[in-house]
Design a protein around this ligand. Sequence first.
Ligand SMILES: [Fe+2]
Ligand SMILES: [Fe+2]
Length: 299
Amino acid sequence: MLEPVPTSPATATVPTVNPADLARLTETVQVEVRLCGLPTFRSVASHVVSAASGPESDVKRIALMVGGDPALAADVLFLANSSLFGFPARIGSLRHAVAVLGINRVRDLAAAVAMRGLVREVGPLIRPCWRHSIACAAIAEAVAPALGCSSEHAFTAGLLHDIGRFGFLKSYTKETERILTTTFSEADDVIQAEREALSMDHGAAGAYLIEYWVLPTWFDEICRRHHFPLAPSDSDLLKTLKVACRLATAMGFSSAQFEAPPAYDDVVESLSQVFQGLRFPAMEAMAAKIEERLEILDN
Ligand SMILES: [Fe+2]
Ligand SMILES: [Fe+2]
C-alpha cells in the first residue's frame, strides 16, 4: 500500500518574496514587453553598426551590407556627397563612399539614418530628443580626444545614448509626454519621474533596446549609465558621453524642461574641476559644429 504523500513537509522552506519587489519586477517586465512595440531598428543598419564595430570589418563587406537596403544606401550616398564632408569629387558608388568616408563614418551614417527613421514614426516631442542626440554626438566627437577617448565610437554613441527616450515616446506616449512637458529643477528629477511613472528610466530602457536590436554591447553601458555621476571607474567613452550630454543640455539642446537650465560656462567650470587642466571648446565653436550636423541630419 502506498504511503500518503505529505502535503506540507515540515522541513520545506518556501521562499518569501516581498510583494513590493514582486510588483516592481512584474512592472519592469511589462515595460520591456511594451518597448518591443518600438519599430525595429532597420535591420541592415543594425548589421552595419555591429559589423563596423567588430575587428574584422572591411570596406567591401560593409559596402555590400549597406547595399542590401536601397533606402539606406541612397541616404549614405546622399550624406557622403553632402557639404558635411566636403569631398570635391562626386561619390557615386557605395564602395567608393565607404572607402573615402571610412568604415567608422559609414557606421555613424547608418546609425543616423536608422534613428531618423524612428524619429519620423514617433510624435512631435521626439524632435527635441533627436536634436539633443545630434548635439551630444557632435560634442562627444569633439571632446573625445581630450578625454583620452578615440573619437571613433563617440559620434555613434552620442546618437544612440538616449534611445530609451525614443522607446518611451513610442510605447508610453502619454506618460512620457507628461514628463517631457513638466518643468523640473534638475536632471535627476526627470529620471526619478520616469522611474515612478514607468518603473524604469530611459537609460535602462535604452540598454534593453540595444540588446533587443542586437547592437554592439558597448552601447549598453552608455545608455544605462550616462546620467550617473562621473566616476573614476567610468570608461573613457562613458566619461565622454556624460560630458557631452551635459554640455548639449547646457547649450539649449534639451529633451526635458528645466526651471533654470544650467549655463554652459558653469557646466564647463564644474567639469574643469573634475578633469583638472582640461580645456573644453568654447560654446560658439561648438554651436557651429552642431549646426553643421543638424543641417544634414535633422531634416
Ligand atoms: Fe539621457
Ligand atoms: Fe542625453
